[in-house]
Design a protein around this ligand. Structure first.
Ligand SMILES: N[C@@H](CCC(=O)N[C@@H](CS)C(=O)NCC(=O)O)C(=O)O
Length: 201
């Protein structure tokens, strides 16, 4: 059974969505990052950068124990372990997967920081990241006008962006201005695996 070291954040949900989608056997190990549990020395052996998500798979390739941090690495690992359906051999999947992991999420997190958690009001930073988030949703909307999902069928390319679209778009500034993103978001939200991933643990 895979241990998923998880907290209720965008990157945490990416990993949980992926493992739910694959049907692999797993259990959630909560790591409350608000209470600094990510600095526990035992957890640091799994995630040296003190970040969730992380996984431990006692039955990795060749029967060896695999520990992994970084949501992108975890999504690829889980998709491959489950047979590859969520990670087709298509460069477009990699493009949108990395766009989500390396571009969209880090910028959306700055939006979340300044609008929700910074502790003091910084109007120039808020204006900047509001414009950045709107620009990125526009990028997605133009692509999704001609594509049901980011690259072919539903894949880790979609999972890498969905949580931040859900948190900061659908449940933040709203998605009415980006109807193709809304259609994509709502289709993913309705997936049973996504419902389970965002549910109780
Ligand atoms: N690039 C990493 C980022 C992970 C990350 O930012 N994790 C946050 C929660 S979303 C965290 O654990 N923060 C706690 C800390 O940095 O101490 C990934 O994609 O997994």
């Amino acid at each position: 059974m895979i241990d998923l070291y998880f907290w209720t954040t965008d990157n945490g949900y990416k990993a949980r969505q992926a493992v739910e989608e694959t049907g692999l056997d797993y259990r959630v190990v909560p790591v409350n990052i608000r209470q600094k549990e990510q600095f526990d020395p035992e957890f640091l052996k799994i995630s040296p950068g003190h970040k969730i998500p992380a996984i431990v798979d006692p039955d990795g390739p060749g029967g060896r124990r695999v520990t992994l941090c970084e949501s992108g690495a975890i999504l690829k690992y889980l998709a491959r372990k489950a047979g590859g359906a969520l990670y087709p051999d298509d460069p477009a999947v990699d493009q949108w997967f990395f766009f989500g992991t390396s571009t969209f999420t880090p910028l959306a997190q700055q939006f979340g920081l300044f609008f929700q958690r910074f502790g003091s009001d910084v109007p120039p930073a808020k204006a900047h990241y509001d414009a950045v988030l709107r620009d990125l949703l526009g990028v997605f909307d133009r692509h999704l006008a001609d594509n049901e999902y980011f690259a072919g069928g539903y894949s880790i390319a979609d999972i890498s962006s969905y949580p931040d679209v859900h948190i900061h778009g659908a449940n933040g500034i709203g998605l009415d201005a980006w109807p193709n993103v809304k259609r994509w978001h709502d289709a993913i939200e309705a997936r049973p695996a996504v419902q389970r991933a965002w549910g109780d643990y």
